[in-house]
Write a protein that binds this ligand. Structure first.
Ligand SMILES: Nc1nc2c(ncn2[C@@H]2O[C@H](COP(=O)(O)OP(=O)(O)OP(=O)(O)O)[C@@H](O)[C@H]2O)c(=O)[nH]1
Ligand SMILES: [Mg+2]
Length: 306
């Protein structure tokens, strides 16, 4: 005998949408804009996102769980292998995909490079192609032949040119399109929730963002931030103890700078951003540690939450 609950039609829609694309295409910018919060860090450098970041959009009877993923690349070390596993898992779990593409990088001879194509072409999931950064084009008409090229491939359910950075009404334009591919389902998360990551994650990402913006060349790519202690206090400043992990002694010297001045400036910036995020004053205690080849060691990566 069917229960009453089973007989009731599901009135809500809910589903997962993986946002995939090459490094620097604007995946995190798009997700933050749709959710209306700084969930993923954004920098001008490729490979800013290293893990999978969840952003939950709930409006009326629809809940869309966005999965922001690391940019697709050919892995050179274990950490990048793990990053690509996040991409594959997100695609597997998703109800539909958003492929985001930097339109300024369009190449008629190789519109979608093979290393990106393999991720989604055989997966029979609706894929929305978002052509991003149209604000950088001299004339929006330049989008027309590009759209035609992608259209001919017959891979995409929709093709939408946008500026994830500059457009105010992105949500109004994109959510109705995405919602079409979201199945009837009960909500997965409480409708007030926008993220499931713990505060420790956001704190480590804010410190990593400051590092990405302050150091050059290999340094940000050889660096990880590990939160060792996070003490919330009823009175006074909260206490946060973080380790900045690098691969070599020489990198440690560069991170710290002469007399520690460089690191001091970087941490000052990070502290302010963390305080803004937590809406809480903090005491930030940081040590720089050398862990030889940490990016290639599965046990190290696991301890850093990969
Ligand atoms: N002009 C312009 N810049 C954009 C736009 N969208 C993103 N950007 C910039 O592109 C850079 C990369 O943006 P992200 O959102 O970090 O890109 P991502 O795809 O998440 O990059 P990874 O995490 O490294 O894979 C940043 O400097 C953004 O400000 C856009 O619509 N127009
Ligand atoms: Mg990103």
């Amino acid at each position: 005998m069917e229960t009453k609950a089973n007989n009731q039609a599901i009135e809500t829609k809910a589903g997962y949408v993986a946002i995939i694309g090459k490094p620097n295409a604007g995946k995190s910018t798009l997700m933050n804009s749709l959710i209306g919060a700084n969930l993923s860090i954004i920098t001008h450098k490729p490979q800013t996102t290293r893990k999978r970041v969840l952003g939950i959009y709930t409006e009326g009877n629809t809940q869309i769980v966005f999965l922001d993923t690391p940019g697709v690349l050919t892995p050179k070390y274990e950490m990048q292998e793990t990053m690509m596993r996040y991409v594959r898992n997100s695609i597997e779990e998703a109800d539909c995909l958003i492929l985001i593409y930097d339109i300024t990088k369009f190449n008629q001879l190789d519109p979608i490079p093979e290393e990106l194509l393999v991720f989604f072409k055989d997966i029979r999931k609706k894929t929305i192609l978002i052509l991003n950064k149209i604000d950088l084009l001299k004339d929006v008409k330049e989008t027309l032949p590009i759209i035609a090229t992608f259209d001919k491939m017959q891979l995409f359910a929709d093709i939408i040119p946008v500026s994830a950075l500059k457009e105010n009404d992105l949500e109004k334009r994109l959510i109705p399109v995405i919602s079409e591919y979201i199945p009837k389902s009960h909500f997965y998360y409480d409708k007030e929730l926008i993220s499931t990551q713990p505060e420790r994650f956001f704190v480590s990402e804010i410190i990593r963002e400051a590092i990405l913006l302050s150091y050059h060349e290999e340094i940000p790519y050889s660096t990880e931030v590990h939160i060792v202690d996070f003490k919330e206090r009823d009175f006074g400043k909260w206490y946060i103890n973080a380790e900045i992990i690098v691969e070599k002694q020489t990198q440690k010297k560069i991170i710290i700078g002469s007399n520690g001045e460089k690191l001091k400036t970087v941490l000052e910036r990070a502290r302010k951003n963390i305080e803004e995020h937590l809406e809480q004053e903090i005491y930030l205690d940081v040590f720089v540690k050398v862990r030889n080849k940490w990016r290639d060691k599965p046990s190290m990566l696991r301890s850093f939450g990969y």
